[in-house]
Design a protein around this ligand. Structure first.
Ligand SMILES: [Zn+2]
Length: 154
């Protein structure tokens, strides 16, 4: 979760965006399609009712740490890394002041308040799923590098 203009939560936690983008990117045939899917997955993640973590510091650390982990293990230009970056990138506008046409943020799910609803998926569940997803991507890459069998993705 990252807080919006009036302190309201505006998106699913960044670790989930990273994990979904990395997993989606692994399934795509190209870097460009991995990035496009990552952005689409951000909108999907924001639209799922969820609870938020009220710590911008935690979210930024998770985002930067996740991208660094993927860049080191999978490569900075791997489909998984680019998908994760594209999926997390829209939330940068919660941290960095970007132009706000009409006083509202740029990304569609951040502009329309009903697109973000509190409740539903707990923060613990989100962190668990994100950890499993990122762990799977990083582990699959390491197994492939070591000549061991991997899953169909990653
Ligand atoms: Zn968002």
């Amino acid at each position: 979760m990252i807080l919006g203009v009036n302190g309201q939560a505006v998106g699913v936690i960044v670790a989930v965006h990273l994990a979904s983008g990395a997993l989606g990117g692994a399934l795509m045939p190209s870097r460009r399609s991995a990035a496009a899917l990552g952005v689409a997955l951000h909108a999907v993640g924001d639209s799922i009712p969820h609870h938020d973590i009220a710590s911008r510091r935690f979210e930024v650390a998770c985002g930067m740490g996740g991208v660094l982990l993927l860049a080191i293990t999978n490569g900075p230009f791997a489909r998984t890394t680019l998908g994760a970056i594209a999926s997390a990138a829209p939330d940068v506008e919660h941290v960095v002041r970007l132009p706000r046409p009409g006083g509202r943020k740029l990304f569609p799910t951040h502009r329309v308040s009903r697109w973000h609803r509190a409740g539903g998926v707990t923060t613990d569940a989100q962190l668990f799923v994100a950890g499993i997803g990122l762990g799977w991507i990083v582990g699959a890459h390491a197994r492939r590098r070591n000549g061991q069998p991997t899953s169909p993705i990653a």
